[in-house]
Every structure is written in C-alpha cells, then in structure tokens.
Write a protein that binds this ligand. Structure first.
Ligand SMILES: [Zn+2]
Length: 156
C-alpha cells in the first residue's frame, strides 16, 4: 500500500517461539489459544494465505488486520478486511495496523507484523513539492519528518 510506513516484522519472534515449541519448552496449548473473537474475525474479515500452519500443518494461515488510532473513534481495535484498508488510508491521517496470523484448525496465532497507514505520508510528499514551487507559502502545517530532518543535517 502506498502510505505504508514504520513496518515492524515479527517473524524472528515467531521463529523463536516455534523453536521452543518443537523442542518442548512451550506446549502447543499455550500457543494455540486464539480467542473466540480472533477466530470469528479470521472467519469474517480474514485474508487467506497459501502458508501452511507451522504447528498443525492441517490448514492454511489466515491473516487478520486490526486497526488502532484516535481518529478511528469507536472503530479502534476492530478487525477489517485487507481490501478496506486502502480507502481508510485515504480518509484518515494516521492509524496503526496489527496483522495477526491465525490457524482456524488448531487456533495457533501470532502477531505477524505491524505498520502505519494514512494520508499523512502523502501530505509530506505533496507539501515538499508545493514548497519547492512556491517558496513564500506561509505554512505552519509542515511538521518534522524523517526526510526533512535528514536534509537539514546534510546542509550543515
Ligand atoms: Zn494449525
């Protein structure tokens, strides 16, 4: 997705947990504990994958996307279909997405990744373009971004 940023990948943690499971330090019951809410979110909003469940190998994993952020108001914490996210990213400035993988057979579940979506990412680019074109624009809206502070450092 175009506005995707601040991506955190949890595959290392997942591998470590699976290692513990395979050598018996963790029991399957402890990691296959998807709540009824998570299971029904997987059923109604989940994104099917081609990846086999690493625990039971009976079913493919389903990805559930949870959204968080002040702008979402009462929708915060809800699961959404992946297809709904691009439209939300165009209407909201910023929100967090947590992607949880779930096995609908054995109830294995793990946080796969998290990232930020929202049109704030577009505004930063667009403002840069506008400022380059019209230097005297009185704009209090341009806040600190990673790229602009890097540029400033380069000038020193
Ligand atoms: Zn499974």
């Amino acid at each position: 997705m175009r506005t995707q940023r601040q991506i955190v990948d949890y595959s290392l943690q997942k591998r470590a947990l699976l290692r513990d499971l395979h050598c018996g330090r963790v029991r399957a019951l402890e990691v296959c504990d998807a709540s009824p809410y998570l299971k029904s979110a997987a059923r109604f909003h989940g994104e099917p994958t081609d990846e086999r469940c690493p625990v039971c190998r009976r079913d493919n994993l389903t990805l559930v996307h949870y959204i968080y952020g002040d702008e979402l108001k009462q929708s915060a914490g809800q699961a959404r279909k992946l297809a709904e996210l691009p439209a939300l990213a165009m209407t909201l400035r910023e929100f967090q997405v947590f992607v949880v993988e779930v096995c609908r057979s054995c109830a294995w579940n793990h946080l796969a990744e998290q990232y930020v979506l929202g049109r704030d990412a577009l505004n930063a680019d667009e403002l840069d373009t506008v400022e380059a074109a019209a230097v005297s624009t009185p704009s209090g809206r341009h806040r600190e971004t990673g790229s602009s502070s890097q540029r400033r450092e380069g000038r020193r």
